[in-house]
Design a binder for this molecule. Structure first.
Ligand code: ZN
Ligand code: ZN
Length: 192
């Protein structure tokens, strides 16, 4: 995906770059998979909290909204007639552990939640979601992530110093680093 101002997936180094890449993909996916989403009403954020979910859609709870029953946004007090804005929250650690294709699939999953929310005022993983997930070739369940490719421990006390999900300078040059706890060399392992 070569878009001006958007880095290649493997060159993403900052939260802003991850958002820029993900936004650009969302625009492309919207056309390519005919997603009925208004991206101007979507905000983006990056979460660094250690969570098992790769991404999530944060949205307001709207009383009496039901999946499969289009909502009249004009009746929602906080709305000006358009769907209320929602936020796609991306988990940095998940991005680090996923391939580009896995990340795209994760984004399509979240965009389906946005599609449901903007139409019905709520979203879930029920039969309607399952159908759409099959159509856009993504998982029905929110993707989780767990096992890092590389684990680094302090050679002195054994405590975990770092984890990395793919090859990066730190993985190659870890011998140049010392642990903060004991100032000792690091031991590298592959838990997978
Ligand atoms: Zn989900
Ligand atoms: Zn130590």
């Amino acid at each position: 995906m070569a878009v001006e101002g958007v880095p290649a997936f493997d060159a993403i180094e900052s939260y802003d770059e991850l958002i820029a890449w993900s936004r650009a993909y969302a625009r492309k996916a919207r056309r390519e998979w005919l997603l009925d989403v208004r991206l101007d009403l979507v905000e983006w954020s990056v979460s660094t909290r250690a969570r098992r979910r790769a991404a999530a859609v944060k949205r307001q709870r709207i009383p009496d909204a039901t999946v499969g029953k289009p909502i009249d946004w004009g009746r929602v007090p906080e709305s000006d007639g358009r769907p209320l804005p929602c936020t796609i929250s991306l988990t940095w650690e998940a991005f680090e552990s996923f391939s580009g294709d896995e990340w795209k699939s994760t984004l399509r999953h979240e965009l389906l939640h946005v599609e449901q929310f903007q139409r019905d005022g709520t979203t879930d993983h029920g039969p309607a979601f399952e159908r759409r997930a099959r159509e856009v070739e993504t998982d029905v369940r929110c993707r989780t992530f767990a096992t890092p490719e590389w684990l680094f421990r302090c050679s002195e006390c054994g405590s975990e110093v770092a984890r990395r999900y793919r090859e990066c300078p730190f993985v190659r040059e870890y011998e140049a680093y010392r642990s903060e706890c004991c100032g000792a060399a690091l031991v590298r392992s592959r838990p997978g």
